[in-house]
Design a protein around this ligand. Structure first.
Ligand code: DGY
Length: 322
């Protein structure tokens, strides 16, 4: 009977995924708490054929080049793969896989939570309860803004962007988007395409960032971009923290040029600029876009399917990164 493949699993996965992992593989784990240092990941990867990682494990070129020779596949339990130097992996002949689709709805739901939380001043309102400062019901206190009839600009109408658009329409929002190329009619579904980012910004009462982090999109929401938004716009980011220039965003939030922001992701997370914590008009969450039981199990299972296909199946992963 062939021995099960040996893999390094960087994190503890949801229960059903751990049960399956233990049945199908021999497991190695890095020591200590996440985020794991590259040297710990490399030590745990010794003698392995595959790696199962998450967005917290940064696999840069140097780490990929230092991986033991037996590694054949890196499966990330995430749709985003900006934490992996894919070019370096390809140069070593490694397969990289991700987990698209299964987290689309959970992340789109969370994006609407950010939007509503920012528009309806949820952070300030929750503080009234938490700090026992709630006085009488007031006709003039805690007034947010309606989101219906406002224009939602989506930067990146992919799977998650399109799911955000469907939800926003149900709230009565008019949906606009910018992609380099116009989306297929079924994806667009009535959303209005802008062939330039500037065109999108000019009409975005609410700007939702749903683009991947790439060399082209990093820092794309800078001072110049923010100045093109309508006065009092709302910024939503459920994609990646490095799409925005933090100084510019914080300045716009402090001045009121941005009415509010709903942010689930931060450059350098889990550290974040403390001003995001302090500003009353920032509704911030700790990168929980895909954090539902069903979604995390589905993500873990898809990552395992990919490892199994490469290491114990026909060698072809289900969802290789493109
Ligand atoms: C992803 O999958 O890329 C998310 O950011 C983590 O859920």
């Amino acid at each position: 009977m062939p021995q099960p493949p040996v893999i390094m699993v960087a994190r503890t996965l949801p229960g059903p995924c751990e049960v399956r992992l233990a049945h199908e593989f021999v497991l190695r784990r890095p020591p200590g708490e996440a985020p794991h240092a590259p040297r710990d990941l490399l030590a745990a990867a010794e003698g392995c054929e595959g790696l199962l990682v998450t967005v917290s494990e940064k696999l840069d070129r140097a780490t990929i080049e230092a991986l033991p020779p037996g590694i054949r596949v890196i499966a990330t339990m995430s749709v985003g793969f900006d934490h992996i130097d894919v070019a370096a992996a390809r140069a070593r002949g490694l397969i990289v896989t991700n987990t698209p689709d299964v987290l689309t709805d959970a992340t789109a739901d969370l994006t609407l939570l950010l939007l509503l939380g920012a528009a309806r001043r949820a952070k300030e309102a929750m503080a009234l309860i938490a700090e026992n400062r709630w006085g009488a019901w007031s006709p003039t206190a805690m007034l947010g803004v309606d989101i219906g009839r406002r224009r939602l600009g989506i930067l990146g109408l992919g799977r998650i962007g399109a799911a955000v658009a469907r939800r926003a329409r149900a709230f009565g929002m008019e949906v606009h988007y910018h992609n380099r190329r116009r989306a297929a009619p079924a994806v667009e579904d009535g959303a209005i395409w802008h062939d330039t980012l500037d065109g999108l910004l000019a009409v975005s009462d609410v700007l939702a960032l749903n683009a991947a982090s790439t060399p082209e999109t990093r820092g794309i929401i800078d001072r110049r971009a923010l100045a093109l938004l309508p006065e009092g716009a709302i910024l939503i980011n459920s994609a990646r923290g490095d799409l925005v220039d933090d100084e510019a965003v914080i300045e716009a939030l402090e001045s009121g040029r941005l009415l509010a922001a709903g942010l689930d992701v931060f450059r350098g997370e889990p550290k974040l600029d403390p001003r995001y914590r302090d500003l009353p008009n920032v509704f911030a969450l700790p990168h929980i876009g895909s954090a539902t039981v069903e979604t995390r199990v589905a993500m873990g299972m898809l990552a395992i399917d990919n490892l199994a296909a490469v290491l114990a199946g026909d060698g072809r992963p289900l969802t290789p990164v493109t």
